[in-house]
Design a binder for this molecule. Structure first.
Ligand SMILES: [Zn+2]
Length: 346
């Protein structure tokens, strides 16, 4: 006993082993503000990119039945939609086009007056500050629905890689000339990044960045998109160019390495949720490289459908999806929920 009547602390009562009951992880969860304070993953609207479908014609706002809340827009109606999107503070828009006429080599997509160059000009007219990303591929523009020019190869009709590279280069240049801010090739052709880089550099667009769909899988989750973009292959499938879902993850890393070597400024994994292991692996393997993941149409529609049936809470399931993609390592998320996200979080 000291002169103040205070006993020394009973050290034997201290729990110093790092275990319960000294440690109680729930202390970090009781108070909502503490939960928010200690969050390690945050998603911000500026990280999200919203896909938009643009089509030839006038006065068209055609709802996409498999993707409630999304539509095809004709060029004349696009301005109002873009103005509204620009106010939301999202990271940008990703344009997909459905031309008036499709042909064997997707001519519309390489034309300076094609559907996408027209759409880019509308975006830049009404919202010059909005980032405009353009998908570079051929499946929406060819009458056969494949992602390039077809040729007989070893007794089978397949996409001719090197012929398609010339076409990809031309399409990219048309987007650049119209004012695109970021070129995003999605066709999974070998050498596509190098071909685009060279074409852009040769024409004074050395400042224009490329976001490569570097690891894009032949996924069933693209189903609703094919209605949206009217791009289903008329015969065969895309498994000779898109990656096999069961392939060794190292193959995805090789795809990414190759695209970086050819000059990709950003890389993408597509789809997102079924390939979060690939996202994490890419994040660990290539630190410092901006990494995007595409939360594809099927990932959107399955939650929408479940929500419409009352089986899931759409907002909570969507937010959890986006958080999981960010937590896996993607700093850019392409998602059909970009507008809803802003509404839900404001
Ligand atoms: Zn394609």
């Amino acid at each position: 006993m000291t002169e103040h009547g205070i006993e020394p602390f009973d050290l034997s009562s201290l729990q110093t082993t790092g275990h319960f009951p000294a440690v109680r992880l729930r202390r970090l969860r009781y108070h909502p503000a503490i939960r928010s304070l200690v969050r390690g993953t945050r998603v911000d609207a500026s990280q999200l990119i919203l896909p938009i479908f643009v089509r030839a014609g006038r006065g068209i706002h055609q709802e996409i039945s498999a993707m409630p809340g999304h539509a095809q827009w004709s060029i004349d109606l696009l301005a109002d939609e873009v103005r509204e999107i620009a106010k939301l503070g999202i990271g940008g828009v990703l344009l997909f086009g459905i031309p008036e006429i499709k042909d064997a080599c997707g001519s519309d997509s390489m034309d300076d007056h094609g559907i996408i160059p027209q759409a880019i000009r509308v975006c830049k007219d009404v919202a010059p500050e909005l980032l405009v990303v353009t998908d570079v591929c051929f499946c929406e523009y060819t009458d056969h629905g494949h992602c390039g020019a077809l040729r007989e190869l070893g007794g089978r009709i397949d996409v001719d890689n090197d012929m398609t590279l010339s076409m990809i280069a031309r399409q990219s240049l048309a987007h650049a000339r119209a004012g695109a801010d970021l070129i995003a090739p999605s066709g999974m052709m070998d050498g596509m990044i190098g071909a685009i880089r060279r074409q852009l550099d040769d024409h004074g667009f050395e400042h224009l960045p490329i976001m490569s769909y570097a690891a894009k899988y032949a996924s069933s989750f693209y189903g609703p998109f094919r209605e949206a973009a009217e791009s289903a292959p008329q015969h065969g499938d895309r498994r000779s160019y898109q990656m096999d879902p069961a392939s060794d993850p190292g193959q995805a890393m090789r795809e990414i390495e190759m695209d970086i070597a050819e000059g990709a400024d950003m890389i993408m994994v597509k789809p997102a949720l079924p390939y979060l292991d690939i996202v994490r692996m890419a994040k660990d393997r290539f630190p410092g490289l901006p990494l995007a993941a595409y939360n594809v149409s099927g990932e959107y529609s399955m939650i929408k459908a479940a929500a419409q049936n009352g089986w899931l809470d759409e907002k909570r399931a969507a937010m959890e999806s986006l958080i999981s993609v960010a937590r896996a390592g993607a700093s850019i998320i392409i998602t059909y929920w970009a507008k809803d996200f802003v509404r839900w979080t404001r």
